[in-house]
Design a binder for this molecule. Structure first.
Ligand SMILES: [Zn+2]
Length: 262
């Protein structure tokens, strides 16, 4: 087998397994539950999952999306996030090869996936995940700076300033929107998340992230407004999706300027 194909398959499988772990982290962390104990179980009947019921995606297909014991439906979110993690890992490999950029890319994606899982489920973006993620990204950027002979000011301080700048812009945006709509528009977690995104993709592209995320979220928020349900929309997954689109599309400010200003 061609080495690249072999690597791709291995990376996809690692993505499935890690995606399965991120499901556990994303579901348990906001509840202050241990990530390791108790072992994975059905939330309805407490049936402890056997090893073959833990195989990502495949077990979901074989169990037809139901708990083996009580037949309660298992959320489609589990296999969805497993497949999403695996696919984005594979895309990272295809784009960056086996390089430090690949490691940085899958770190970034992993953190955004965990955040999206807990935001979808609980409307919470856990601080711990953002702090660990930011430290990991900064360490990787430092290693990258050393390897490529970039001074640490450009390699580390500039990304931190980018993150802080992005944080401040979204914070001001929130204060204005709260005043305008006379209710809480954005959660604190979304604003802190933009610091993490800004670290890697820079200040200007973080602002673009807000616009892309709002653009994707808009039709869904209109639907929820019309249906008149409780009208809370987790914004974290949209910010994450927008940031990932930017990473993989190499979208930059020059391209956007060129598009609008001929
Ligand atoms: Zn069950």
């Amino acid at each position: 087998m061609n080495l690249e194909v072999f690597n791709g398959i291995m990376i996809f499988i690692i993505g499935l397994v890690l995606g399965s772990f991120y499901n556990v982290v994303g579901y348990r962390l906001p509840n202050n539950m241990s990530i390791i104990f108790p072992a994975s179980h059905c939330p309805n009947c407490n049936h402890k999952l056997k090893f073959y019921e833990l195989i990502p995606v495949i077990s979901y297909v074989f169990l037809k999306g139901k708990c083996k014991n009580c037949k309660k439906r298992i959320s489609i979110f589990y296999p969805f996030f497993e497949l999403l993690t695996a696919s984005l890992f594979l895309l990272s490999y295809l784009k960056f090869g086996l390089s430090l950029k690949f490691i940085i890319s899958i770190t970034f994606i992993s953190i955004l996936i965990i955040i999206s899982i807990s935001d979808v489920k609980y409307y919470i973006i856990p601080d711990e995940v953002l702090i660990i993620g930011s430290i990991l990204i900064l360490v990787e950027l430092a290693i990258d700076s050393i390897i490529n002979n970039i001074n640490l000011f450009n390699g580390i301080v500039i990304p931190i300033l980018n993150g802080l700048g992005a944080f401040c812009v979204l914070y001001i945006f929130k204060v204005l929107a709260d005043a305008l709509f006379k209710k809480e528009s954005l959660g604190g977690g979304d604003i802190k998340l933009l610091f993490f995104i800004g670290l890697l993709i820079g200040f200007d592209m973080s602002i673009v992230t807000i616009f892309i995320a709002s653009f994707i979220a808009l039709p869904l928020s209109i639907i929820s407004l019309v249906k008149n349900d409780n009208n809370i929309l987790p914004f974290g997954p949209y910010l994450s999706l927008a940031a990932i689109i930017i990473i993989f599309s190499d979208l930059n400010l020059n391209m956007i300027m060129d598009f609008f200003i001929k």
